[in-house]
Write a protein that binds this ligand. Structure first.
Ligand SMILES: [Zn+2]
Length: 257
């Protein structure tokens, strides 16, 4: 149980931040979703947990992010009466919106669609969003709502989360494994080796989703506000661990009772 407490202490804030941005779910309403994610992760004798990648912290967090946003989709679609925007977020339409841009601009546009305001975008990317101003000019008509968005809240969470799920399902054999993406983002790969990977990521929504996801978990794992002890205790209730057997009372205690 102490390991879970530590995990929630380190990464709990990240989960709430992701739900706040992508799902437009306020922190006070997000606990049930995080609990459901923990329950799915640990169900059937920790099956999902054992299947998740543990080569690096960020890969593990990337897996948790995908699970969490999948759970959030179910919750958001059942609770919020959002105008149907599925048309705007069909994978082919998003691919057309991004088409022809350099990877960096695609990434920034992707974060904008996810609900990122300019300040957070600048911190996550460590680069002024102004470099992608030309790309943001594509955000017209049904995408207009994010142009002035400064709140870090996705204006169309149900459609966006559904799109992310579809993008994750587009995986092919050519797709880049998460550890390859992490190594590039950490600058551990030579130009010669990273060029073909970046080219693939740039043309593949599955990999672009993973790429931006790994970037954002890398940022928020350190930057999100910490949870308080009672929030953590509440989340721990979702972990199906056997309670330690009640301590046997000493002879002295038994005598007193
Ligand atoms: Zn791919």
């Amino acid at each position: 149980m102490e390991a879970w407490r530590a995990l929630l202490d380190f990464y709990g804030p990240l989960f709430f931040r992701l739900l706040e941005i992508h799902g437009a779910i306020p922190i006070r309403e997000a606990s049930p979703i995080v609990r459901k994610m923990l329950a799915e992760l640990t169900a059937n004798g920790f099956e999902r947990l054992r299947a998740s990648s543990r080569q690096s912290e960020r890969e593990f967090l990337g897996d948790l992010r995908a699970l969490l946003l999948g759970v959030a989709l179910d919750s958001v679609t059942s609770q919020k009466s959002e105008v149907q925007r599925t048309g705007a977020f069909e994978t082919e339409k998003v691919a057309r919106l991004l088409d022809g841009l350099p990877l960096l601009h695609k990434e920034m546009l992707f974060f904008r669609l996810a609900g990122y305001g300019e300040n957070s975008l600048e911190r996550v990317m460590r680069l002024s969003p102004r470099v992608a101003e030309k790309a943001f000019e594509r955000l017209v008509e049904e995408y207009q709502a994010v142009r002035q968005n400064e709140q870090d809240r996705c204006p169309w969470p149900a459609a966006w989360l559904a799109f992310l799920k579809q993008a994750r399902a587009l995986k092919t054999e050519e797709c880049t494994p998460a550890h390859g993406i992490v190594r590039i983002q950490d600058g551990q790969v030579s130009w010669y080796d990273k060029e073909p990977v970046e080219k693939h990521v740039s043309g593949c929504l599955h990999c672009l989703e993973a790429w931006t996801g790994l970037r954002e978990v890398g940022y928020w794992r350190r930057a999100a506000d910490p949870l308080c002890a009672s929030q953590i205790a509440q989340l721990l209730e979702a972990i199906p661990l056997e309670k330690p057997p009640a301590k046997k009372k000493s002879l002295f205690e038994r005598l007193r009772s």
